[in-house]
Write a protein that binds this ligand. Structure first.
Ligand code: GAP
Length: 470
């Protein structure tokens, strides 16, 4: 829940100088829009436009590929967002899923204590101290007014299930996907006949009534998580699984193009650990607004399954046929945000350079993440035979790939447009194509061009995609 402050005086630079560069590109090109914008917007909810939904789907696909498709020991789940309310009492979220909130006595604005100017970097113990406001002389950043003592603010959204709106019908919008995997542990273990160690992976919406959301899609009230729960034998096996998963998760961001110098690991101090965690290490990224959490890897011990077993009366023990032991498995969790990951890939891919006296903006997205893999462009849209050949090539590409046609500008401008949305390759059909049945394939990053027979275009693009993976 808390973001770490920037500590390092020799900090590396962010991939973009300011957030505004990405916000304006996202809006202009249709990656992300403010939700309900025509009504003035709703705070901390964002809508993914045509390119954004492709990017985020590709991020989720890449995660699923590495966490489920390529593994023999992990299976998927898509649990409901609404769950039995007792789940959240048992999990500790009703009691402990909260952030410290302070209110200004004059303007009545509310702030998350640890994000106030002057409170950055305070320890969790200081933040929990009721005298923290006086001790650190904290004031309202808006009007300098006096601030209240901090109180805990629960981040879960509530609604009512069914036609009666009373306390008995309260249900919560899940604040994490993890609990769906815990309450389904037995169903999944028995139906899939998986032996420990094995994992359950899930991608889905989560909701948190964040006190101070912001930094675009970094912290939202409605967002998507990509979480994997790995069930292991108690004790040392959990430590070993943790040590195995942490570098794997760090490497995943590098595999899809994030610069290693803008990634780091940060272990949570004892007083910072979430209520369920024995150990937690964050994968952090150097955003334009500082080093922030991208993903958390947690050793949750037997906290979740023991508590759910006790509260539900179900036996959630695992029977190990090899040793004939019964035990409650421990859980190592990898918890990532789909929005935060997509945002990171977008920021880290941003390039600005001068080419022949003109500014060129490009997104050097990994081809697996790029919204379109290829654009098909006519050099002369007035020649119907050229346009017709473009559409033939496009139709063939579309059977296997996201491909797009554009003829609304001159070729130079068309290339720039595709560069700016991260399309790795452009296929250009020109007058010669009608004679030699060959086209030009241009590469986004190197801007080099290669002449390829029309019949070989799809194979060439698929081969290039394959080699980007190795
Ligand atoms: N099940 C454990 C858990 O939920 P977390 O560190 O609170 O752990 C995991 O969340 C990830 O979910 C974070 O690293 C972040 O990527 C994403 N996330 C959490 N809160 C978010 C928010 N308000 N907006 C966007 N992403 C968020």
């Amino acid at each position: 829940m808390t973001d770490s402050p920037v500590h390092d005086p020799n900090d590396v630079a962010a991939a973009v100088p300011d957030l505004e560069t990405i916000v304006s590109l996202s809006k202009r090109r249709g990656f992300v829009f403010q939700s309900s914008e025509i009504y003035g917007g709703i705070n901390a909810v964002w809508d993914y436009g045509p390119l954004g939904v492709e990017l985020k789907n590709n991020v989720k696909r890449a995660w699923w590929k590495s966490m489920v498709q390529e593994r023999d020991d992990i299976v998927g789940l898509d649990a409901g967002i609404l769950m039995h309310p007792q789940v959240w009492v048992t999990s500790g979220h009703v009691g402990s899923f909260s952030d410290p909130l302070v209110e200004c006595g004059t303007c009545r604005r509310r702030y998350r204590l640890d994000e106030l100017p002057g409170a950055e970097g305070l320890s969790v113990t200081d933040l929990a101290d009721p005298t923290v406001i006086e001790r650190f002389r904290l004031i309202c950043p808006n009007d300098g007014g006096p601030l209240s003592a901090p109180r805990r603010f629960n981040l879960m959204f509530q609604t009512f299930m069914g036609p009666v709106q009373d306390d008995a019908s309260i249900v919560y919008f899940r604040p994490e996907t993890a609990q769906g995997s815990y309450v389904n542990f037995k169903n999944i273990q028995q139906s899939s006949r998986k032996k420990i160690p094995f994992g359950i992976a899930q991608i889905g919406k989560s909701f948190r009534n964040e006190i101070s959301p912001g930094n675009f899609v970094f912290r939202m009230r409605e967002f998507e998580q990509m979480e994997m729960q790995y069930f292991v034998r108690p004790g040392d096996a959990a430590t070993a699984a943790f040590d195995d998963w942490l570098p794997r998760r760090l490497a995943w961001y590098g595999q899809y193009g994030v610069a290693p110098e803008r990634l780091r690991l940060r272990e949570h101090a004892k007083d910072e650990l979430a209520h369920y965690a024995r150990k937690a290490v964050d994968v952090e990224y150097r955003f334009p607004f500082g080093w922030k959490e991208l993903e958390g890897v947690h050793n949750r011990g037997d906290f979740d399954l023991s508590r759910h077993a006790a509260a539900s009366g179900e036996n959630l023990e695992y029977f190990d046929p090899a040793t004939e032991e019964h035990f409650i498995p421990w859980i190592v969790e990898t918890a990532a945000g789909a929005d935060r990951a997509a945002f990171t890939f977008l920021i880290d891919a941003y390039r600005e350079e001068e080419v022949r006296g003109e500014r060129r903006v490009s997104l050097s997205l990994h081809p697996d993440l790029a919204p379109y893999k290829v654009a098909v462009l006519p050099l002369l849209k007035k020649r119907p035979e050229i346009v017709e050949l473009c559409h033939r090539i496009l139709a063939d590409l579309k059977r296997d790939l996201m491909a797009v046609y554009d003829d609304t500008a001159a070729i130079g401008k068309l290339y720039r447009r595709q560069d700016e949305i991260g399309t790795p390759w452009c296929v250009t059909v020109d007058v010669d194509s009608l004679e030699d049945m060959a086209v030009t394939v241009r590469d986004r990053d190197t801007m080099t061009q290669e002449r390829i027979p029309v019949d070989g275009v799809k194979r060439a693009i698929l081969d290039r995609m394959e080699s980007a993976r190795s």
